[in-house]
Design a protein around this ligand. Sequence first.
Ligand SMILES: [Fe+2]
Length: 158
Amino acid sequence: MATQTTATVLTGQNQQKTVESLQRNLLDLLNLGLQLKQVHWNLRGPHFRPVHLQLDEIVADARDASDEVAERIATLGEPADGRAATIAENSTLDAVPEGLIRDEDGVSLMCDRLVAVSSRLRAAIDTTDKTDQVTQDLLIGICGKLEKHMWMLRSQLE
Ligand SMILES: [Fe+2]
């Protein structure tokens, strides 16, 4: 096993709670990216093309966000766990259905997932207010982007 060589910037409870918050959100962000792709590929319906393209824009932000979150964990001196088995076991997102999906159902489904991810991010924003405001700043930026995507998806359902 590799020895830990990264100097920690946080200590004790602050370190532990911050890393736990980041790790929980890492799994949901990774799962969100996978689910978005699943829907992106399997859409059917008259709005296929705009929704297909829109979902890929969210994938790009979800993947960037998961990379930033994993690297923040590394910066804090801990290993990030983004393995498929860990995502399957511990992500809190409901699974997306197998098979083809109507365009408006895909929009609604991904809107629900963005609500769930944002609400978990907001819980972590609260936690990190006390434990690490640099991490909190990162999470606020991610949450802002995802909430904007949520608005853009939801607007199509009204
Ligand atoms: Fe594609």
